[in-house]
Ligand binder design. Structure first.
Ligand code: SF4
Ligand SMILES: [Zn+2]
Length: 386
């Protein structure tokens, strides 16, 4: 790819201010998107009565850890959901948790503990040094995971010497010094990594496109607390959020990864967009306002950023499982995915050098075509009759 194919000025044009953004300002867009999310969520059918003694899902995945590829256990707890998704904001535009993993029946601290114990007794940690616990929201929000349950879960983990690192997710507003002091006393020998979905370093687009509801400065404050407490920080960067063109997506992901590392992030997880049910991205995809990202774009972002720090690639394994995932063409999808998986196992990029396919030309054409962020946003406003 030639350098000018990914020239920033070309792709984004002069940086737009809130006033420039056609007829609606940021706060109006925000309320429009939040209302539309509410409408989408209203179509979610009722769930079957849950068995609160079992986690929603358990998976064994891989991760490059201290110089080698190891297994990690991922436990998805059933929960009462992410507060951000349940309050007036109605959640992030790509997040499918609310449809599948959130239960209206109250889930008590004891229920969470039983779920965790069930998961814990199912997994043999002998060769699994990493545990991820996902509670469909923020691990440190007492309203989502009661503090009693959190304390018991951490104490149980501390008794298992095979677990070397625990990863949990949290929004910045629940990152607090006092909580981390407690975590460190409960889990003195296990590394703790906190993952925050920064998604993009661009505040305006994070509000409009992702409905994320926090600013880069809030992320920075949380990052400082995490790092000052000698905890690890992982940041999710989203490749091709709603309304982005392919070219904008690459530029934005590269910029955002650079920003994340400049703020001290230890690991960036590049999450290429997938389509989950009852999300804005599903609506846009079904109405031809969104095209799935190419695998070539993932490779391009990694080529441009892997030298900056530890960048891993999310492998589209979500719970619930996505309906659509990034792809190239049927001739090279498997080959490129194998290279992506191999990259995650080694964090070496040489496996990308050998990749070739005739569809690469189509991808390059896509980089110079397609509607930009503002046109796609306008198309959404028109299509959704807002
Ligand atoms: S992505 Fe995270 S913060 Fe956003 S709605 Fe989903 S669980 Fe909540
Ligand atoms: Zn191909």
């Amino acid at each position: 790819m030639t350098r000018n194919m990914l020239d920033r000025t070309d792709a984004f044009g002069p940086k737009k201010t809130v006033q420039d953004s056609r007829s609606l300002c940021a706060s109006q867009y925000y309320s429009v998107i939040a209302k539309f999310m509410k409408h989408l969520h209203s179509n979610i059918p009722p769930n079957d009565p849950p068995d609160l003694s079992k986690p929603a899902h358990i998976e064994i995945r891989e991760e490059y850890f201290k110089g080698k590829n190891v297994k990690r256990a991922v436990v998805f707890l059933l929960s009462n959901g992410c507060e951000w998704a349940l309050k007036s904001a109605n959640g992030c535009t790509m997040c499918g948790h609310i449809a599948k993993q959130t239960r209206k029946q109250p889930i008590s601290a004891d229920d969470f503990i039983i779920q965790f114990k069930t998961a814990f007794s199912t997994i043999n940690f002998k060769d699994i040094p990493i545990l991820n616990i996902f509670n469909n929201g923020s691990f440190f929000n007492d309203n989502e995971l009661p503090s009693d349950a959190r304390r018991t879960i951490l104490s149980l983990i501390s008794e298992n010497e095979s677990i070397k690192r625990l990863l949990v997710e949290c929004r910045p507003e629940f990152v607090e010094e006092s909580v981390f002091r407690e975590v460190k006393s409960l889990l003195p020998r296990t590394e703790m990594e906190i993952a925050i979905g920064l998604e993009t370093a661009d505040d305006f687009r994070r509000i409009i496109s992702i409905n994320k509801g926090f600013s880069l400065s809030q992320f920075t404050q949380a990052a400082n607390i995490i790092l000052n407490n000698d905890l690890r920080l992982r940041s999710y960067i989203l490749l091709k959020p709603p309304f982005y063109s392919e070219k904008e997506a690459i530029l934005d992901a590269v910029d955002s990864i650079k920003t994340a590392f400049s703020l001290g992030v230890n690991t960036v997880s590049l999450e290429a967009m997938t389509v989950q049910k009852y999300t804005l991205i599903e609506y846009l995809y079904n109405n031809n306002i969104y095209k799935m990202p190419w695998l070539w774009s993932i490779v391009e972002v990694i080529k441009q950023t892997s030298h900056l720090g530890r960048v891993v690639i999310g492998l589209f394994k979500f719970y619930p499982s996505p309906e659509f995932v990034p792809n190239n063409c049927s001739s090279c999808n498997d080959k490129v995915m194998e290279a992506i998986i191999e990259y995650n196992r080694t964090l070496r990029t040489d496996m990308f050098d050998r990749l070739e396919c005739s569809c690469k030309k189509d991808w390059e054409e896509d980089l110079n075509a397609g509607s930009d962020f503002y046109k796609n946003l306008q198309d959404f406003v028109v299509t959704a009759k807002i």
